[in-house]
Design a protein around this ligand. Sequence first.
Ligand code: MN
Length: 249
Amino acid sequence: MPSNYVDLHCHLDLYEDFVSAVLEAERSQVFTLTVTTTPKAWPRNREVTESTRYVRAALGLHPQLVHERADEITLWDQYLSETRYVGEVGIDAGPRHYRSLDLQKEVFEHVLQRCESAGNKILTVHSVRSAKTVLDLIERNFSLAQGRVILHWFSGSKSEVQRASEMGCYFSVNAEMLRNERGQQLLSSIPDERLLTETDGPFTRLNERIAQPSDVRHTVELIADLRRVGAENTKLSIARNLKKLLETS
Ligand code: MN
């Protein structure tokens, strides 16, 4: 079923009009994984994506919200059996969220363990300034032979990209990341068979407006230019990666 373009990480429920954003993604036939930041948003997300063909919703508890919402993990537990997709979850060790780091680790570890025992889950993971911690926690708590992890907007080192690839992680890359030399360098170290695209909309922009799932076309073109390959081949290769990602293990 996967369409040609994929947006593996965006927040459609944070757009001005959630339902229109979902309909627009459907209309453009972009396989879209819309993540949630709090389990409280889940019932509405489930409802809106109940019969969509291209848009799937993920159940999350954003690391930046853990300091005030850690107790919503019980709600997250309650909903987990309703979806195969989990996110946004992970760790944020940036200066604004450093104080809740221990609590974030606790929550993320719990999420990984629950996903591990549930089986067959696909996770989209945030790892700001915490690539090593995130990879360590995944290694200890989650089997990548069975479930799947996509590192979203990854900003670790080249050797961390290599470590994550060897573990079996995927990477979803957005246009914003590729605007600087560091992101371009990072892209060059991601293996072809682990590369996916995302927008992280509404947190990224294209041409002065908020990015939407169909804008991954632009990201595919950027990737193709940077890798000196054709855009059509890049698109097909990403579609193949999505198909593999979605295969039941
Ligand atoms: Mn996000």
